[in-house]
Design a protein around this ligand. Structure first.
Ligand code: ADP
Ligand code: ASP
Ligand code: MG
Length: 442
């Protein structure tokens, strides 16, 4: 059995839902994870923003437009009166839940927002379920809110998820296939929560891991992980295979096709992850597994909104404990560090979350002179970068010879070189890296 996850664009219109319906019906008894139809989660976030501001008419207007969209989807997707009635019922139920938060006298909370955000996946899975029913497929809905649960730490409660899912599957042995919601879950208090934006990939990976399935398939709108970001670089090519560690680096450093959290459960249970194209199902895609090192650079990615913080101190000379104090400051403010560069007189670190930046700077000033560079980007070159492999780091640096590089990190793992540049240089840097590393290879 496999788990097949389809993202928002894959189910973004009645035509696409039908296409995915065909695709999953042809592939046997698998677990199908669906995202919300593309744009829906963003609209639900927008509605929540109005509600936080107590702007009920704003929320109402946005919801009305969304409701009109779903009315049209129901009419176009379903063919029988029964199918339409079932789908309309499900959609209405979700809209009634959203509307129950439209009140002038109650304060809208983060918990309320999570309940609203959950409706996108609940609707898309109901639509697919009813559609498959019309096609004569016995699909069974596995309610994610019944089995997907996180611990107090925010980590998935793997033991609970495993036993609950097994039970749900055992209850429905006659199913042709199973459908479930990506992204949504309950937290340790039993309240509706989610696995963060883009988290449907994580749902699929968790399911694959707890049930020890054969493959975790992430179906999206492109034929696998490309060797550079196709949104900024022309002539990118799909990479046929990646090691788990390579995929983790790429996902973390900006390759949007894969959510960063998705790799770990698959890696720990050694389950291959396959990235496939809904629009071109026969394309080979990318397989992520324990591939042996192959002395090639695989791909480049970029992570935006990075801030570099330099702490310079005369007292760092021969002093121990300096780095400890610096890192402790970031820990105290629950801010994680991406890159580090040190010298005898200072250290520079980067962060991607500057919510606590002012407080961090204030505290760091006890230990040295602090300077900050904002609007930076981490470029990440990923592949078999074991340090004995000659020349790779030289090629990466050479590619950026006419671009100011603020920081370089190499040797932290066998899989990556990171370089920090200004945001305004990002696209040129990505293109030059592609040119040097993939098109011009000697
Ligand atoms: P889904 O809605 O299916 O989860 P996403 O939008 O999250 O899809 O991810 C797919 C998108 O990721 C692609 O359309 C592509 O623009 C973008 N992307 C960014 N970097 C890469 C890359 N290296 N390889 C492939 N796609 C990438
Ligand atoms: N629907 C959610 C989002 O848009 C989850 C996902 O698509 O993975 O973030
Ligand atoms: Mg995604």
């Amino acid at each position: 059995m496999n788990v097949l996850k389809f993202g928002g664009t894959s189910v973004g219109s009645p035509e696409r839902i039908r296409h995915v319906g065909r695709l999953v019906s042809d592939r046997g008894k698998n677990i199908v994870v669906l995202s919300a139809m593309s744009g829906t989660t963003n609209t639900l976030v927008e509605i929540s923003e109005y509600l936080y501001k107590n702007n009920i008419p704003g929320a109402q207007e946005t919801l009305n437009a969304l409701e009109a969209k779903y009315d049209a989807v129901v009419t176009e997707l379903l063919e029988t009166p029964r199918g339409r009635a079932l789908a309309k019922n499900a959609v209405d139920r979700s809209f009634a839940i959203i509307r129950s938060f439209f009140s002038d006298d109650a304060t809208f909370t983060a918990e309320d927002e999570k309940e609203i955000l959950a409706q996108g996946e609940l609707i898309s899975t109901n639509l697919m379920h009813v559609h498959l029913g019309e096609r004569g497929i016995n699909s069974v809905l596995l309610p994610a809110l019944d089995y997907m649960r996180t611990l107090e730490s925010g980590e998935p409660d793997m033991a609970f998820i495993r036993s609950k899912l097994r039970l749900l599957l055992e209850l429905e042995p006659e199913a042709d296939l199973y459908i479930t919601q990506g992204y949504i879950c309950r937290n340790s208090e039993g309240r509706i929560d989610n696995l963060q934006r883009g988290g449907s990939d994580y749902t699929a990976s968790i399911i694959g891991a707890v049930l020890d399935l054969d493959e975790i398939q992430i179906w999206t709108d492109i034929d696998g992980m490309h060797n550079n970001d196709p949104r900024f670089v022309d002539d990118t090519r799909p990479v046929s295979s990646l090691h788990f560690e390579e995929a983790a680096e790429l996902a973390y450093f900006g390759a949007k096709i894969l959510h960063p959290t998705c790799v770990l459960p698959a890696k720990l249970h050694n389950i291959p992850v396959r990235l496939l194209n809904t629009l071109d199902p026969e394309a080979k895609g990318t397989v992520i597994c324990n591939t042996p090192p192959d002395r090639t650079i695989k791909a480049v990615a970029a992570k935006d909104n990075i801030t570099a913080i330099k702490i310079k101190s005369g007292r760092m000379l021969l002093a121990y404990g300096f780095l400890h104090k610096v890192f402790e400051t970031f820990e105290n403010h629950r801010t994680s560090i991406d890159m580090i560069a040190t010298s005898e007189v200072g250290v520079t670190v980067t962060i991607d979350n500057d919510a606590r930046l002012d407080a961090i700077i204030d505290e760091l000033k006890h230990f040295g002179t602090v300077t900050v560079d904002r609007d930076m980007v981490i470029l990440c070159v990923v592949g078999d970068l074991e340090w004995h492999n000659l020349g790779f780091e030289a090629m990466a640096v050479e590619a950026l010879k006419d671009i100011p590089v603020r920081m370089i990190s190499y040797g932290g793992s066998n899989y990556n070189i990171s370089m920090l540049v200004r945001a305004e240089d990002k696209v040129r840097a990505l293109r030059q890296l592609s040119e040097k590393l993939f098109n011009n290879r000697q």
